[in-house]
Design a protein around this ligand. Structure first.
Ligand SMILES: [Zn+2]
Ligand SMILES: [Zn+2]
Length: 151
């Protein structure tokens, strides 16, 4: 797939800029992330390798994910609890999340207007955006319709 080829090249360029190498482990992490359709966290990814009997250190997984984030292979996702979740960008395209703080429901949305406003704000502050993690917290439609008074 052309897209995956482009991404591994972008990753290579980023690593080079940082004085890092595209090691076997980093390449395997990149490949494995490419197979994931759902959001995941670092521990879940590490467990996948473990189940397959591949020796990839947990620390390597933790250190490689921010690199994939920086070159746009993954984006931050939303999930319950305090863990950081990621998902592959190329699968659904970039999107942001609304999180219901009552039932945990996660709504994915994409708004060109929001994306443009963010880009403009960065420009105004001479800020070079690397990635963003835009999450809105509130009450979903179901929870709003329940008779319990909203918290
Ligand atoms: Zn966005
Ligand atoms: Zn809800």
């Amino acid at each position: 797939m052309q897209k995956q080829k482009d991404q591994i090249r972008d990753l290579g360029v980023l690593l080079q800029k940082k004085g890092l190498k595209l090691t076997y482990e980093r390449k395997r992490i990149f490949e494995e992330v490419g197979k994931l359709r759902e959001h995941f966290d670092a521990d879940g990814l590490y467990e996948r390798f473990k189940r397959k009997g591949e020796r990839i250190a947990r620390g390597t997984v933790y250190r490689t994910l921010p690199l994939l984030l920086e070159c746009g292979v993954v984006q931050k996702s939303a999930g319950t609890g305090k863990k950081e979740f990621f998902e592959r960008t190329s699968f659904k395209g970039h999107h942001d999340h609304m999180v219901c703080i009552r039932c945990g429901k996660i709504i994915e949305f994409h708004s060109e207007a929001v994306e443009r406003a963010q880009a403009k704000a960065c420009e105004d502050f001479h800020f070079k955006l690397v990635f963003h993690d835009h999450r809105l917290f509130g009450h979903c439609k179901n929870c709003r319709n329940r008779s319990v008074p909203p918290s």
